[in-house]
Design a protein around this ligand. Structure first.
Ligand code: DC
Length: 240
């Protein structure tokens, strides 16, 4: 029977570089639609931090692959907490150093293969908003709606700086690590690495809708994204 394979709820893919407001917007949109929200960046971060803890060199593909064979990645009911071998990593993955480790480990094919498989399992029933760098291009190329969020680099650096300053790790480090200029440099380097890597580089899918978040407020962007989803799937509005 034709179309039989598409017996699932909608998949909303939200991609873009750091500091564009992906997480905030994706959460709000998922909440509004009553969909599950899945943040794939947290998986790369937790994987890289756990590997680093285990003494794995996060630039070594073979070591990373071996590490992936011995771990199980799980979540709490709302996908807000992430566990690796039952250990909760959620509180340790928001600082700049975990972002750096994640960016390095995520350039390795073995890591991507492992986490993309998990992400497909998590999303295959649909009714999900999945956020990352390659959701619309690689994880779910047949997603019902694809959004690519972007913003001017100075705006992104400012947002990331505010985010890091508010994170628990900032106080513990005496604030010394969150220098605005350094954040801007780090974000530039990370985006360069994420966009130029050989495997699944960050790029807009041809059929994704480009949304610039530089000037707009969170609620405006949320409205815009919900409008795009409504237009493409007919879903939305009823519970707002
Ligand atoms: O979105 P984030 O800053 O939490 O992501 C951390 C790193 O993980 C980012 O530098 C690139 C990588 N990442 C990825 O390669 N693919 C994804 N789908 C999500 C994140």
């Amino acid at each position: 029977m034709k179309g039989k394979e598409k017996k699932r709820g909608p998949i909303i893919a939200i991609d873009g570089p750091s500091g564009v407001g992906k997480t905030t917007i994706s959460k709000l949109v998922a909440q509004s639609l009553g969909f599950r929200y899945i943040e794939t960046g947290a998986m790369y971060r937790a994987f890289a931090v756990a590997a680093n803890d285990a003494g794995v060199n996060v630039d070594d593909e073979d070591e990373l692959e071996e590490f992936s064979k011995g771990i199980e990645v799980t979540f709490d009911n709302n996908y807000e907490k992430i566990f690796i071998n039952n250990k909760d990593y959620s509180g340790r993955i928001r600082d700049a150093s975990s972002g750096e480790l994640a960016s390095r480990a995520s350039s390795k094919k073995a890591v991507r293969d492992f986490l993309v498989r998990l992400q497909r399992e998590l999303g295959h029933e649909g009714c999900v908003v999945m956020e990352g760098r390659d959701i619309g291009t690689v994880v779910f190329p047949d997603a019902d709606v694809k959004i690519f969020l972007d913003a001017k680099s100075e705006v992104r650096a400012g947002r990331r700086h505010a985010q890091l300053s508010a994170s628990p790790g900032f106080a513990e480090n005496g604030g010394a690590t969150v220098d605005a200029e350094k954040v801007a440099g780090d974000i530039e380097e990370r985006d360069r690495r994420d966009s130029t890597r050989r495997h699944s580089p960050l790029k807009k899918a041809d059929d994704a809708v480009y949304v610039d978040t530089s000037e707009a407020g969170v609620r405006d962007i949320e409205k815009r994204v919900l409008g795009i989803i409504k237009e493409r799937t007919g879903i939305g509005d009823n519970n707002r």
